[in-house]
Ligand binder design. Structure first.
Ligand SMILES: *Cc1c(COP(=O)(O)O)cnc(C)c1O
Length: 378
């Protein structure tokens, strides 16, 4: 069977395995070697030196490419390394279109390009298709996210990716939040998809890793060249851990999504809650679009407790099971008030808590949130 005949849940388990041979291992070996025996003129594909390529990257690259429907996977030392490589060369005076609520370090990188190279960074409401399409005129790159971090705005990806293609704008989609199980942006017209593998793909909060995938041979060659020239490479153990995590991606995402939707519904009726954001809620601004475009509504919730930023901080201090921590997509549930970071976008409400819902029993998660909200509210 070829990859495109298998469902994503099966691919998560089967892709990137070694060939089935008598006495062979079921899992790919981890090769710990910085250099390879190589003399004379090497043939294409011969391994030479681990900054350039190593076989320990390939199984993860193949598995992620299979899940995203890509032809090439390129693993990086972090999600940010993948984002920077995928944005690529933007000429001085060029333009990049980005959601105003994109990942804050991606925005920080683009601000740096603006300061040093006069790049025009066009921050848009990614849910407003007309605004995005207008901003694409004369742009070089679209760096899209949907749902956005942390506001969970949902883009009309097919429309904006088509508009980018028509205008010759290279499109990059950061698919960290949705995962390839939630949506496959390459099928919708994206040139490159990037991931913070650190989050759902690896899934256990024990590794920092990134990846980019594409169907385009030239873009793939450019990503690999960037990785080699900048040394933006992962270590072999990190990639092995990520592949181990990827094997249960479908189980973790299904459970996290179900837990998040259940908690969103209960929180919406809680007296200590001013607002809940989750695309599963019928009155959420992103609901209809997410229902049409995505498979599942994701495991990230936005929560604004009654009582403002002080109450939000009190909730974070009062939880016992939920872990007060940044990052997301691990098996354990975490939460944080995003505006505690001075760099967070000022259009994110001061009192917004971002909850990354894990795979624990939902009743335990609910009981802990409920007691934390009640202790700060009453
Ligand atoms: C965390 C994150 C990144 C950056 O990834 P790192 O692995 O931390 O470098 C990029 N995009 C999104 C949406 C993220 O959540």
């Amino acid at each position: 069977m070829t990859h495109d005949q298998l469902s994503p849940a099966t691919l998560a388990v089967t892709a990137g395995r070694p060939p089935r041979v008598q006495g062979g291992p079921v899992n790919p070996p981890v090769v710990l070697s910085s250099t390879y025996v190589n003399q004379g003129v090497s043939a294409p594909g011969d391994l030479l030196y681990t900054r350039i390529d190593t076989e320990t990257w390939h199984p993860f690259e193949e598995a992620l490419a299979a899940l995203e429907g890509a032809h090439h996977g390129v693993v990086f030392g972090s999600g940010m390394a993948a984002v920077v490589a995928a944005v690529g060369d933007v000429p001085s005076g060029g333009a990049v279109v980005v959601p105003r609520h994109a990942y804050q370090v991606s925005l920080g990188y683009l601000d740096d390009l603006a300061a040093r190279h006069g790049v025009d960074v066009r921050r848009v409401d990614i849910a407003d298709t007309d605004e995005v399409v207008a901003a694409l005129d004369g742009a070089d790159v679209l760096l899209a996210e949907s749902p956005t971090n942390p506001m969970l705005e949902v883009a009309d990806l097919p429309a904006i990716l088509t508009a980018a293609r028509e205008r010759g704008v290279r499109s990059v989609v950061d698919n960290t939040f949705a995962t390839p199980l939630g949506q496959r942006p390459l099928d919708l017209g994206a040139d490159v998809v990037v991931h913070s593998v650190t989050k759902y793909l690896a899934g256990h909060s024990d590794v920092v890793l990134g990846a980019a995938v594409t169907r385009d041979d030239d873009l793939a060659a450019g990503l690999r060249a960037y990785r080699t020239l900048h040394g933006a490479i992962p270590g072999p153990m990190e990639v092995w851990l990520a592949l181990r995590g990827l094997r249960t991606l479908h189980l973790r995402v299904e459970r996290a999504n179900a837990n998040a939707a259940d908690l969103a519904r209960r929180l919406a009726a809680h007296p200590g809650v001013a607002e809940v954001r989750h695309p599963s809620l019928p009155d959420d601004p992103g609901h209809e679009r997410a229902a049409g475009l995505m498979n599942g509504f994701g495991g990230i919730l936005g929560l604004r407790p009654r009582g403002g930023a002080a109450a939000a901080d009190a909730v974070v201090a009062a939880v016992r099971l939920w872990v007060p921590a940044t990052s997301l997509g691990g098996v354990e549930s975490t939460l944080e008030r995003r505006r505690r970071f001075a760099t967070e976008s000022l259009t994110v409400p001061e009192d917004l808590l971002r909850l990354s819902v894990g795979v624990e029993d939902v009743e335990d998660l609910w009981a802990d949130l409920d007691q934390a909200l009640r202790s700060t509210f009453s």
